[in-house]
Design a protein around this ligand. Structure first.
Ligand code: NAD
Ligand code: IPM
Ligand code: MN
Length: 355
């Protein structure tokens, strides 16, 4: 099965972690029926510095004509805010990738790196954030930045709410989740009031699934107070951005968390949720697992290969018992570089796919 995968390495640790994601993809093509062709689609701050554009037209053409995109991270501290980051938003909007799927799962082997005490971890952490990915404060509507006034409109539409909420219920249904939690700020914001109304309208079509509403501020404490209470969590764009970084640290590190920017059936983008991490860039110590688990999501969601995706996850779990990058280090387990971690996981995956 031939697939074209566009590759955007980006800035900072982006190229370092994408290189490890590529190793995993190459292992898959070596040991399964998949055949991948990789096409580079440069974007971000470094390319802006060289050519004056952070998202060259040609890159977008390459992405649009691919089957999926693996994206590293963009952002450079010496550029004005938003210049390097623009491509992410242009891809999400341009391809109408309205779902941002962000699973947060604490592996048993990583409980030592969870900042919560056992009492709070409870039954374990296995949550999927379904973040709306095209509207809200990210709708590019009404942006004003004058001397003493700055504005961004938070725009939600019925269509935008309906499709993401429906996706979340379908996602929960497929995984036998008994509850969907909606996170909003309906005690204050009109977009959240529309959101909440539609959440219950759509939810009525899923009588077997419990519906729960929580305000964003309270949710942030519930997430660390009782994370085992959540399964599928659906929320707006800005809130989803914030709670997914909070969730990522609960599973050990921002470097562990993966994401899929998805429009079902269309070209979708897979990326770790972290940024370019200028504080550790170039040191070879970044955790590549968020990127590798994004390859898992690519296999599951774009290439309909849950079996291979599951093997990637198992390979990650096995590797964590033998080696760790410094952000999730354990004195009893060997500390590895980015490259070594990627190699270890690819080796584990190879052994699983061979059998
Ligand atoms: P960040 O996610 O880059 O880093 C936050 C902290 O987490 C840092 O201490 C970093 O070292 C650590 N971290 C992140 N990824 C890690 C990994 N894989 N392994 C180990 N540690 C890791 O967030 P920031 O510092 O706020 O942002 C830096 C730049 O990245 C900014 O320009 C921002 O706009 C951009 N950004 C881009 C994306 C993206 O490309 N999708 C996402 C978030 C932020
Ligand atoms: C993310 C990032 C982006 C966002 C930024 C870089 C525009 O933080 O993917 O979580 O806010 O969505
Ligand atoms: Mn973010």
């Amino acid at each position: 099965m031939k697939k074209i995968i566009a590759i955007t390495k980006g800035d900072g640790i982006g190229p370092e972690v994408v290189e490890q994601g590529l190793k995993v993809l190459k292992t898959i093509s070596d040991y399964t029926e998949f055949e991948f062709e990789f096409k580079e689609a440069p974007a971000g701050g470094e390319i802006y510095k060289r050519f004056g554009k952070s998202f060259p037209k040609k890159s977008f053409e390459i992405i649009k004509s691919s089957d999926a995109l693996l994206f590293g991270a963009v952002g450079l501290p010496d550029l004005p805010p938003g210049v390097a980051e623009q491509p992410i938003l242009r891809i999400r909007q341009g391809l109408d990738l309205y779902v941002n799927l962000r699973p947060i799962k604490l592996y048993n082997g990583l409980r030592d790196r969870c900042p919560l005490k056992d009492e709070f971890i409870g039954e374990g952490i296995d949550i999927t954030f379904v973040r709306e990915n095209t509207e809200g404060l990210y709708a590019f509507k009404g942006a004003v930045l004058k001397n003493d006034i700055a504005e961004n409109l938070m725009v939600y539409t019925r269509k935008g709410c309906e499709r993401i909420i429906k996706y979340a219920f379908e996602y929960a249904n497929k995984r036998n989740h008994s509850k969907v939690t909606s996170v909003d700020k309906a005690n204050l914001l009109s977009p959240s009031q529309l959101w909440r109304k539609i959440f219950h309208e759509i939810g009525a079509d899923y009588p077997n699934i419990e519906k729960e509403d929580i305000y964003i501020d309270a949710f942030c404490q519930w997430l660390i107070r009782k994370p085992d209470a959540f399964q599928t969590v659906v929320t707006g764009n800005m809130f989803g951005d914030i709670i997914s970084d909070e969730g990522a640290f609960l599973i050990g590190s921002l470097g562990m968390a993966s994401s899929g920017n998805i429009n079902p059936g269309k070209v979708s983008m897979y990326e770790p949720i972290h940024g370019s991490a200028p504080d550790i860039a170039g040191k070879g110590i970044a955790n590549p697992i968020g990127t590798i688990l994004s390859v898992n999501l690519m296999m599951q969601e774009s290439f309909q290969s849950p079996e291979i995706g599951n093997e990637i996850e198992k390979a990650v779990e096995d590797a964590l018992a033998e080696g760790r990058t410094v952000d999730i280090k354990n004195p009893k387990i060997k500390t590895l570089s980015t490259k070594e971690m990627g190699e270890l996981i690819s080796e584990k995956l190879k052994n699983k796919l061979k059998n």
